[in-house]
Design a protein around this ligand. Structure first.
Ligand code: FE2
Length: 269
């Protein structure tokens, strides 16, 4: 199966880029299944029903979340009606799930969403939850496992890779909004520390720079806002996965002036 992953969709600019380019990408690269992270999709904070439906209509099959999952309260009933995940290591009893299994191109694919610890809400141990969930999936005969690891620090993401390489098909980081340059395949596991945002690219993590700059200059907090006008980017990771292993991976960056940059993952083994 060939799957695509889009990281943090930040506000309308991110949704617009998906509307403009996703169908074209799916056709050109023959993508079987699309995963994306919704947690910043509605004006930077959470996901509304309207925006959820809009993104599904663009061709996204399942969406993962993170620390902003609960920002828009109308998400709670959507866990029953839409293909949405929230980090699997939120404490027991929290609405929704962080792991679902899909039938894709004749094989099963598990999509697992986890959240890190540094600078993140209180949640159960991501590493122990990952180990236990991967074991359960394997016992159920699910070989192909994709993980969106939503975490602030590179060390936690890299640690997850060292823990699970050879056991899962892909681990891709989200949350920082800034892409890293380390897309690789090691022991059959595709790994990228952070895929980076889809949305405005000429600001501060997709947000108007006025508020963060005031915060950095004065120490006074403010509410981050999506800029009315900006330069945009759509960042997509594409992976060929079968029998639990990733055999090929590359990243696409679409700019709103129609430039496209494609870069292949490197092989570690
Ligand atoms: Fe986040």
């Amino acid at each position: 199966m060939r799957i695509a992953f889009i990281g943090d969709i930040v506000g309308r600019p991110g949704r617009d880029m998906i509307k403009t380019y996703l169908q074209k990408i799916k056709e050109e690269y023959k993508i079987d299944f699309v995963i994306a992270n919704y947690e910043n999709a509605s004006h930077g904070f959470g996901l509304t029903l309207k925006n959820c439906n809009e993104l599904v209509a663009c061709g996204i099959d399942v969406m993962s979340g993170g620390n902003h999952t609960w920002d828009k309260k109308d998400i709670i009933p959507l866990f029953e009606t839409h293909e949405l995940l929230r980090p699997h290591n939120y404490p027991e009893g929290v609405p929704g799930t962080g792991c679902k299994v899909y039938e894709v191109a004749g094989e099963r694919l598990a999509v697992l969403n986890l959240m890190g610890h540094y600078s993140m809400p209180m949640c159960d141990n991501a590493f122990r939850k990952a180990q236990a969930t991967v074991q359960e999936l394997k016992e159920d005969g699910v070989k192909n496992i994709f993980i969106d690891f939503h975490a602030e620090v590179t060390s936690e993401k890299r640690g997850m890779m060292m823990l699970l390489q050879g056991q899962v098909s892909a681990i891709i980081g989200t949350h920082t909004h800034v892409s890293t340059d380390d897309f690789q395949i090691a022991n059959g596991t595709a790994y990228l520390t952070d895929i980076g945002l889809s949305g405005c690219r000429d600001n501060v993590i997709g947000m108007d720079e006025k508020v963060p700059l005031k915060q950095f200059l004065t120490g006074m907090k403010g509410h981050f806002d999506i800029p009315k006008k900006c330069k945009k980017i759509l960042q997509v990771a594409v992976m060929d996965i079968s029998e639990g292993e990733c055999s090929k991976a590359f990243k696409l960056k679409y700019f709103d002036d129609d430039r496209v940059v494609k870069s292949d993952a490197w092989y570690e083994d």
